[in-house]
Design a binder for this molecule. Sequence first.
Ligand code: PMM
Length: 411
Amino acid sequence: MTGTTGTTGHEGTPPAWPGPPGLGGRPALDRCLVMGVVNVTPDSFSDGGRWLDPDAAVAHGLALAAEGADIIDVGGESTRPGAGRVTGAEELRRVGPVVTALVSAGLTVSIDTTRAEVAAAALAAGAVMVNDVSGGLADPGMHAVVRAASAGYVIMHWRGPSAVMGDLARYTDVVAEVCAELAQQTDAAVGAGIDPARIVIDPGIGFAKRAGHNWALLADLPRVSRLNRAGPGFPLLVGASRKSFLGRLLEGPDGQPRPAEGRDDASLAVATLAAAAGAWCVRVHAAAASADAVRVAARWRQAAAVKAAPGPEGSVPADPGTAARPGSGPEGSVPAGPGAAGPRFGQEGSVPADPATAARPGSGPEGSVPAGPGAAEPRFGPEGSVPPGPEAAGPHSGPEGSVPAGTGGRA
Ligand code: PMM
């Protein structure tokens, strides 16, 4: 399997939680991870029904890993807008054999569930991470399960179940509100005894968000990672793959959104930009291109870190691949420690990005963004610096930024 260095077990030990860099757990890669999606559901918005058969789901998980996915995320309940719930027993029936088979094959598996009983069963079967799109709000038993297993825990921003989330997409300042609500969710998890080093946060792209909300969050990832507070914050997972705000961005001349199966290139673009901005992981349906893209992003960040390092202006180290991190191995190898490729969101010791520094002198001619449509777009510096928040350009500006009233559903 490619792309799993550092995330699968050593010498027969079971795969362990692929801990965020510098935050405990195992040494992590010096690049953004790729999480491949296996929806064992009849009704997910992008691939519903394709992997409902357990053998097909297992084969798909293996294929994603072979393409370079570091983590395989197995889910048995659709979260598409308006979706109803299935029973816990049905969810377990769907995911149980798939998790067991993928773990047996040596893959690093996360379980995408909001139910404590499903999480517990998957962890007992060898999953190492719980991806809870409710971030602990749907099932009061979830925290205890995660704590007892010392599992990784993805806490996603969530305002309510899929059936009603379209009505909950109301914000005055989406980034500030998502940060505040995520902070409550993470505080509750830590208060319940979950090791903060096991926590990853996720802005919940498309969950109780309209298109403009999604873009505002994506444009402000470092602030989301810090939860709008001082300090290093948490590693960030971004799940934008095939979501309908991309379909809307790419709508045809007839005004119809591009269907989900035509959104992979745009999904790749978001994954690449998120990785370049310092995300810990991108959650994707098609892994191969993202597996390459996160390596490009890591190398880009590494070169930017070299450029930003003190030294004669414009000096180019003999080998930028090693000069930025003494002791590092060949390109793509797992670094000896955190921070090798420059700060990543939530990384211990990382310097929180100051939006004011986005246009700081010294970014140099190469770093400057030319005038034109991209002039006001984020500049992905080594500290994950970004331009002033979305409010600077007016809330939800632009065609994608306009928030349609009452369309409901995940954008
Ligand atoms: N999106 C979906 C499902 N699970 N988990 C996390 N952490 N973040 C997401 O954005 C997310 C998720 C919905 O997409 P899907 O139906 O294609 O899995």
